[in-house]
Design a protein around this ligand. Structure first.
Ligand code: B16
Ligand code: MG
Length: 220
């Protein structure tokens, strides 16, 4: 049996939006007098917007009610979306286009599995919307990574079973979600140190497609 579908995480795999997330959260944290730095920003990789806000607010002495939290999340997203206007196809990460072309040539289905509610806008900005057979994102799920929901939805939308799917992720929460879904998990960038990843790579430029599509290869 071979892998017949590949699910790509978006932020950190297809395009790097960390700096924009950092700048937007930094503005909110400064406004609220809460300490925030790039190291804390790293812990927000793959984590949903509201859960990210909870992590940031946990450093405050103040208690925030739901209404206040909704307003802060909304404000953060406004700042973030303004920054996303700068995104273009030039921001697609190295190796992505080449991998998409090679997967298409082999008739492998491809999907997005992202926690981001801004997925449609980001894909539009980088011009890749029509390159995917399915798009599962933060708008269509109840439970965020490490819950497997987004990847199970992507598999369902492609009409394949989880066991023939490989997920490419840059976050520990995403690797955990892929494993919980019963899928092969490929960790790149920050996720290349994840102990439970089946394949670990610096980026997508060195990915061996036969290794990616072998269901048994390094499966833990
Ligand atoms: P939004 P991914 C995730 O995207 C990001 O890694 C994470 O930092 C962000 O908080 C989350 O999306 C929600 O994003 O505020 O745009 O809905 O890595 O799962 O593609
Ligand atoms: Mg990510």
């Amino acid at each position: 049996m071979k892998i017949s579908a590949v699910i790509f995480d978006l932020d950190g795999v297809i395009v790097s939006t960390d700096e924009y997330h950092y700048q937007a959260w930094k503005e909110i944290s400064d406004q609220e007098n809460i300490y925030f730095d790039r190291e804390i920003n790293e812990t927000l990789r793959g984590v949903s917007r509201m859960e990210s806000l909870d992590i940031i607010l946990s450093r405050s002495d103040r208690r925030y009610n739901d209404n206040e939290k909704q307003l802060l999340a909304l404000r953060k997203n406004e700042i973030y979306c303004k920054l996303l206007n700068n995104l273009s196809p030039n921001n697609i990460l190295p190796g992505v286009i080449n991998l998409l072309l090679r997967l298409k040539a082999r008739d492998i289905k491809v999907a997005i599995g992202s926690s981001s509610k801004n997925t449609p806008f980001i894909l539009q900005q980088i011009g890749l919307t029509s390159n995917f057979d399915a798009i599962a994102d933060g708008n269509s799920i109840k439970n965020s990574k490490p819950d497997p929901e987004v990847f199970l939805l992507a598999a369902d939308m492609m009409g394949v079973t989880p066991m023939v799917c490989a997920v490419i992720e840059d976050a520990q929460a995403g690797i955990d979600a892929a494993k919980a879904a019963g899928m092969k998990a490929v960790g790149i960038g920050s996720a290349s140190t994840c102990l439970n990843a089946d394949l670990k790579l610096k980026d997508l430029t060195n990915l061996d497609i036969d290794q990616l599509l072998d269901v048994n290869e390094l499966r833990s």
